[in-house]
Each structure stands twice: as structure tokens, then as C-alpha cells.
Design a protein around this ligand. Sequence first.
Ligand SMILES: Nc1ncnc2c1ncn2[C@@H]1O[C@H](COP(=O)(O)OP(=O)(O)OP(=O)(O)O)[C@@H](O)[C@H]1O
Length: 554
Amino acid sequence: MFVMGILFSLISTLLNIVLPLIIRNAIDMRKLIENKMGIQVLLTIGSLLIASTLITAMGNFLVSREGDRLIADVRTKVQTHLMHLPTSFFDNNLSGQLASRVINDASILKNFVSVTIPANISSMFMVIGTLFVLVTLDLKMTILICFCFPLVFLIMVPIGKIIERYSIKSQTELSNLTETTTESLRNIRPVKLNHAEKGVLARFYRYIQNLYHISVKFDEVFSITNPIQTLVSYSIILTLILYGGARVTNGTMTLGTLVSFLIYFFQLTNPINSLAVFYSDYKQAIGATQKINEIMSIPTEDDNGLVISGRQEQNPLILKNVYFAYGQHEVLRNVSLRFEQQKKIAIVGPSGAGKTTIINILTRLYPIDKGELLLGKTPAYKYKLSSWRKLFSIVTQENSILSGSIKDNLLFGLDTKPNNTEINHALNVANLSSDISLMPRGISTIVGEQGVKLSGGQRQRLQIARTYLKQTPVIILDEATSSLDSDSEKNILTSLERLSKDRTVISIAHRLSTIVHSDLIYFVDDHRILACGTHKELLAKLPEYKRFVNEQKL
Ligand SMILES: Nc1ncnc2c1ncn2[C@@H]1O[C@H](COP(=O)(O)OP(=O)(O)OP(=O)(O)O)[C@@H](O)[C@H]1O
């Protein structure tokens, strides 16, 4: 379709090259003056003009449609790639700036493909075709035009360079602006509660000012160049008229030829301008492509390997002599843990000890630096990542509620569609049914961005209901009951007990009530596992655990 669009543009360009010749002949043969012939010539010219307009419109449409397809393709590819990049990539890249790659940079590419390339192909065709015709019409006049047109280049090439320089700056500022805007709006509550509006707006104003200054630079350039371009055009026309007029007077050139030269000159102005700025448009597109390519060249998480069968799910999960660092920051040193199926295992320890990091490794959000992660006797990397992650459902301390309805949140990430009875059962288990019955639209209630319309406890219970529906062999509770009052917590703990009957439950908790009944407790401190055992055993053998328990009681 793109090639067809370009072909249409070329046909219309060809018609535009032929038209002045017909006009020239009509003038020179005095056909326009003769009544009968005049109408015939006018009809021919009119039909050619209409044909050229229609063909141009068709060409434009086809090329633009391909541009739209391209931008959709590029955006889909970049977003799909981003979704499969390792978690560590997102630790070092801001989401707003990545969004700018998907949205702004992709649109620069679209413009280049659907406007710049077709315009320059037909421009080239137009310039070459026209010059060929002009040479056959009158060599001297052609030489005169050829001397004049470099003037256009003299103006447009430096402009192109300026545009190129400021376009790159403008792209950077635009991505900063996108980042600041999305981040501040997403975090509007912390912004307000920390009285940070001024600081946020100051950053916003800075980027807006930078963008404004860049736009003013563009305005300065264009406000000077447009009149200069007009001046140059007038000078060339005047030269052509003076020189051509003299030639017509002394009979060495026909009036029709002069008129056709003038028409050709007008027709050549735009193509020459667009050819002159092609290089800067190209550089701008290359800039956008490079930024997109940087993302696309980062390898995605490998999702090859075996699918975990129901029988394999029953094997214990084992971390053996594991070392892990976030960049240079070592967090786990020679850590070994064993998660037997259908047991309740707690990981406890002071804040920042590395408890969540153990979960990050277990769920393969981050690869381990040294040591082994096993399911039974099989190393984790032998299994498909997507199959591995289906082992787990997680209730985290982070807010993992999405905008949309309660139902959308319940079904989030589910492969199967539960029926109403199953949904109601999950809501009962999570102690959420009575809350939802009070909401005017029940489970269709919209919860707002990050579930802002729900209480902290409701958000957590919603995650628990979601976890229940997932029916995974392993449930991870990362401070899962922290936002609940003690009554709700008791309810949830009983529900979780029922839920965990034939599943493995890994809890990261500070609350004693969550951990005392665990089958096994790992105590993490100083980057390693200090000891493991039951609550009683640890109390007896580990003073750090005893101190930790006493602190929790306070
Ligand atoms: N994505 C990350 N990049 C770099 N460092 C990190 C990252 N996540 C955590 N850390 C660091 O790793 C260490 C362990 O963090 P982790 O979240 O595992 O602790 P935790 O025991 O779960 O703490 P808490 O009980 O406070 O949640 C901390 O020093 C933290 O600053």
C-alpha cells in the first residue's frame, strides 16, 4: 500500500510536469483564443487538474494509512518489548520517559515515513523530470533557474541544521515533561500531604520554560526565513520575467515557454525546500529511532524451557547457597532456604534485611548471581519463566490495585473466567462481601487509580480474594495483613488457613500473630539466614529472634 501510495504521488507529479507543457502549447498555438479549441484545451487542463488532485489525495491517504499502521506497529512492539524486559531495567529507567518513547518518538517516525519520505521521493522525481523538460524547452533559462535555486539551499540547509539541533533538545524536554506530569498526577496524594506542589510545579515550569524557549527559537528561525524565502522567490521570478520578457520581445523565446517556466518555478519551490530539509528531518527520525532501538536492543527475559506439570508443582522450592546484589549493593550472601509444599513458612527479620529480595529471587523477578534456585532437583532456569511464575500468587505490601472495577481487579491475570459463585466465594474468604454489598454498583464499582476509592484494608482484602481465585500452589504474603484491624486480621488468618490447606504459604511478616503458627521460620539478618526452626525452637536458640519477638510485643 505504501509503494502504491508513492506510485500515485509519482503519477500526480508526472501530470504536474506535463500540465505546464499543455498550457505552453495552448498559449503558443493561440488555441485558447480560438473559441472551439479553447474550450477543448480548458477541458483537458481541467480534467488533468482534477485527475491530479484525486490521484494526489489517493496517494496521500494510502501513505498516511501506512504511517498510521507503522506507528501502531512501533508502539505495540516497543510496549510489548518493555513488558518483557527484566525487572532491573525498570529500577534504572523512569516510566514517564519510557512512555515518551512509546508515544512521542514513535510519532516522529510516523511523520518521517508518511510525510518526509513520500514528499522527498516525489520531490526528487519532480525536480529531475522538470529539469529534463526545461532543458528541452530552453537551455539558457534552465541554466538561469539552476543558478537561482541553490539560493534556496543556502537558506534552507542552515535552517535544517538549527531545526535538527533544537528538535533533539525538544524531544528530551518533552520526555522530561511527560515524566514530571505523569509522576506528579499519579502521586497527587503524597504531593499534597508533603506540601510538595510548589516543588513539583517548579520542575514542571522549568521543563515548560525550556520547551517554550525551544519553540521561540523555532519561531525566530521561521519568522526570518519565511520572508527571506519569499524575497528570494520574488527575485527569481523578477529575474525570469525580465530575462524571459526580453527574450520574448526579441523573438528568441515564446510567451508560452516563459509562462510554463514561471509555473515550473512555482512547482519546484516546495520540492526544493523539502529536499533541502530532508537531511535534518532524517537526523531527527534517526534520533527517535536510536532511542527506540536502545530499548529494543536490551534482551528480554528468556521464556524458553519446560512447562511445569501438576506433579512437579508438588516438589519443594529450594534456594541453595544463593548470592545476590542489586548492582553493587550486596543483599544476600550464601543464603539457603527450603519451601516444602503445603507448609507454612515465614521469613522474618529486621527491615531492609532482604526478605522481599528473597521473594524477588524466588519468583525470578531478578536472576541470582551465584548459587541455585531449584524446584525439587531441577534448576529453575530449565522451566519457562511464565510457567514458573504461575506457581505463585502474591499479596504484597505495595499497592497492586489497578484502575477499573473490583471485578477487573479480581480477574486480573487469571487464565480462566470464574463464575459468580466462585467470585462470591473468593469475596467471602477475603471477608470482603459485606463491604461490597454496601457499594452502589457491587463488584462493578470503579475503584479509581490504584484503588484510591477503597480503604487500605479493602485493597489488601481485594488482593487476597484475587489470590484465592488464582489457585496457585504457592501463596506469598508480603506483610499481607498489615492494613487490617485485629478483627479483620483474625478473619483473614482463618480464611487464609482454609485457603492454604493444600498449598505452600510463604509469609513475610512483622506481626507475631502471622508467624507463630508457621511450620518453619527463617530469620534473616545481615544479608544471611541466621537460623531456622519453629517459633519455639528459635526462641530457645536465637537471641536475635527473641529480641525481635519482644520488640513486636511492645
Ligand atoms: N530494586 C532495588 N534496587 C536496589 N536496591 C534495592 C532494591 N530493592 C531493595 N533494595 C535494597 O535491598 C535491601 C533489602 O531490601 P528488601 O526490600 O529485600 O528488605 P526487607 O527485608 O523486605 O525490608 P522491609 O521489611 O523493610 O520490607 C535494602 O537495603 C534495599 O535498600
